[in-house]
Design a protein around this ligand. Structure first.
Ligand SMILES: NC(=O)C1=CN([C@@H]2O[C@H](COP(=O)(O)OP(=O)(O)OC[C@H]3O[C@@H](n4cnc5c(N)ncnc54)[C@H](OP(=O)(O)O)[C@@H]3O)[C@@H](O)[C@H]2O)[C@@H](O)CC1
Ligand SMILES: [K+]
Length: 543
């Protein structure tokens, strides 16, 4: 699985490679420029394997990101391209490695007219303004970009109102950097293909936040490791396509606690397999407490979706605790499921029996229904059980301020951002701007884990951290969350840890959404369930 590092973790890995492996920053910079050129050659080389006739603009800053761009200039010329390099500060202000590499590049000026070097700050040379480029390379800022904002830590939930957590204003980018960003984006409008080195300038390497302006890249060539800021917030949109350049910083230098990107191989490796001839009870016993039905409203659809997803994903036994009045409906919708009523004694017994429990889909939000959820969550049998808590159970936890008193050691809460806002009393906007931060804080503070739905979905549980990038915007539709709960509880019952079950479920859920989305633009939860069989077939029999 690929590690996805925050800017700070990346700086640590850089530092470690210099200290522990005795490589120099200059060597890394040389590799960065060379590998970036190789990636461009792979994508754009002509029949002779060259970039002959291609016109590049490279804008470089005064830090090491700028140095990478200056090295790239050399290799592009070697590959037959023509390059205009603008460095945004006086040569004397460049960091030593960048200055050294600029000296080497300037030697090229003696031998070839394929390179022009300009020094500029706010005003770019006329000739550059007038030139049309095939490519514009952003080597202005990388992981060294600092924004002043510090997200707040979680304080006592239920005590402080959300406005206490309002973000402090961020400082703007310096005028020089801002101008450079706008200039690169203007060149894109003129038709240049924009390549960002490491990060699109103006995008926070950790959170993906864009407090001011940022480069809108078509391709981001990120160095050594993926960065969380390329997947989160505005970073996702600004990064364009992402390519990873191997600059020989080994995996063992990434912090073990760093985020991991869920991918097909991970899911294939951990997906529970049914042993031939195994009995039903050996394949995971699931209890789903879901659904409500009254004279005015029925929320049985949520229970049906969740139960169907658990059945479709290989659970041996699925028991659903639903209102007795809905037994017939449930039998018709999911004949394989065993049904019990929503009687607390009966449920407590079934919790003992089950390998994993899901609570919350369609339970209802009336005071009685919230009390039912609260009582359920306080059952001693649930304390050590793998438990997935979703939807109306989350609502009850928030409304009754139960978060700090929950005694659940192997549970995972699966809110979307609005539900998390209610739970931790921090505005959805603030959470959105620092999703990773709040997920990590939550996991630090509570014994149970968190899956924060969205694009991407983030999961922190059992000391693990996952980023799940599969899926499609079309998944933001009623009932898909119930499908996700059903998948998680099914995988957890089949033996996966809650963290792995959540990560695998999120990935498969996203993939099923994409499969369903291939045929219809707007997909329903039923489409997602119907796509599970093709998804499992695809995962089990890779082409
Ligand atoms: N380290 C390594 O081993 C390797 C690193 N590598 C590469 O180096 C990159 C990291 O290099 P880095 O640390 O020099 O930072 P970088 O992104 O160039 O930016 C520094 C500049 O940003 C400026 N600046 C910051 N915030 C700002 C703001 N809000 N508004 C305006 N300006 C702001 C800051 O200005 P200052 O504060 O100094 O005035 C400084 O000039 C990394 O992404 C990768 O590309 C590779 O070569 C592989 C080996
Ligand atoms: K950059």
């Amino acid at each position: 699985m690929q590690s996805v590092l925050t800017a700070e973790e990346m700086r640590e890995a850089d530092y470690e490679s210099v200290i522990k492996l005795r490589v120099t920053e200059r060597q890394l910079m040389e590799l960065a420029g060379k590998e970036a050129c190789n990636i461009l050659l792979e994508k754009f080389a002509d029949a002779d394997g060259k970039l002959a006739g291609k016109r590049f603009l490279i804008v470089s800053g005064k830090g090491n990101n700028g140095g990478d761009g200056i090295v790239l200039a050399r290799h592009l010329i070697n590959a037959g391209a023509t390059v205009d390099l603008i460095h945004l500060c006086e040569e004397s202000q460049l960091k030593p490695d960048g200055a050294a590499t600029l000296k080497t590049l300037k030697q090229y000026l003696i031998h070839t007219d394929k390179i022009r070097v300009f020094e500029a700050d706010e005003f770019f040379p006329e000739v550059v303004l007038k030139t049309r480029y095939d490519f514009a390379v952003d080597a202005v800022l990388g992981t060294g970009y600092r924004s002043a904002k510090q997200p707040k830590s979680l304080t006592q939930t239920g005590v402080e109102p959300p406005q206490k957590f309002e973000a402090e204003p961020r400082p703007a980018l310096s005028e020089v950097i801002k101008n450079a960003v706008l200039f690169i984006n203007a060149k894109k409008k003129e038709g240049a293909y924009v390549v960002a080195l490491d990060m699109p300038t103006g995008t926070d390497g950790t959170s993906g936040a864009v407090p001011d302006v940022a480069v809108e890249a078509d391709l981001t060539i990120t160095l050594a490791f993926l960065k969380t800021g390329l997947f989160l917030g505005e970073g996702r949109r600004h990064a364009g396509e992402i390519a990873l350049a191997d600059i020989s910083i080994p995996d063992f230098l990434a912090k073990p606690s760093a985020c991991k990107l869920t991918d097909e191989n991970f899911v294939r490796r951990i997906l529970p397999e049914r042993a031939a001839g195994s009995a039903k009870h050996q394949n995971g016993k699931v209890l789903i407490v879901a659904g409500s039905q009254g004279a005015a409203q029925s929320m049985m659809g949520a229970a049906i979706m969740s139960v169907r997803a658990a059945l479709a994903s290989g659970a041996g036994y699925v028991c659903a605790a639903v209102p007795e009045s809905a037994f017939n409906l449930m039998h018709q919708a999911a004949p394989e499921a065993i049904l019990i009523s929503q009687d607390m004694t009966q449920i407590a017994e079934k919790i003992e029996w089950a390998d994993a429990v899901a609570v919350g889909c369609g339970l209802g939000r009336s005071p009685e229904q919230m009390n039912f959820a609260a009582k359920l969550l306080s059952l001693p049998a649930l304390q050590k059980k793998k438990t997935i808590i979703d939807a109306d159970a989350l609502f009850a936890i928030a409304e009754l301020s139960l978060l700090d008193s929950l005694q659940l050691s192997d549970a995972i809460l699966t809110p979307h951002v609005k539900e998390l806002e209610r739970l931790i009393r921090i505005s959805a906007q603030e959470i959105e701007s620092e999703r990773l931060f709040y997920v990590k804080e939550f996991a630090k503070r509570y014994a149970f884990g968190l899956l924060l739905k969205g694009s991407p979905t983030l999961i922190a549980a059992n000391e693990k951290l996952f980023l799940c990038n599969s899926g499609t915007a079309a998944l933001a539709t009623a009932g898909t969350g119930d499908v996700l709960s059903g998948l998680i509880v099914s995988f957890a019952a089949q033996g996966l840890s809650t963290a792995d079950a959540a990560a695998a479920a999120a990935y498969i859920h996203g993939l099923a959404g994409s499969f369903a989305g291939k045929s219809v633009n707007r997909i329903s939860a039923t489409d997602v369930i119907n796509s599970l069989v093709p998804v499992f077939n695809y995962l089990e029999n890779p082409a």
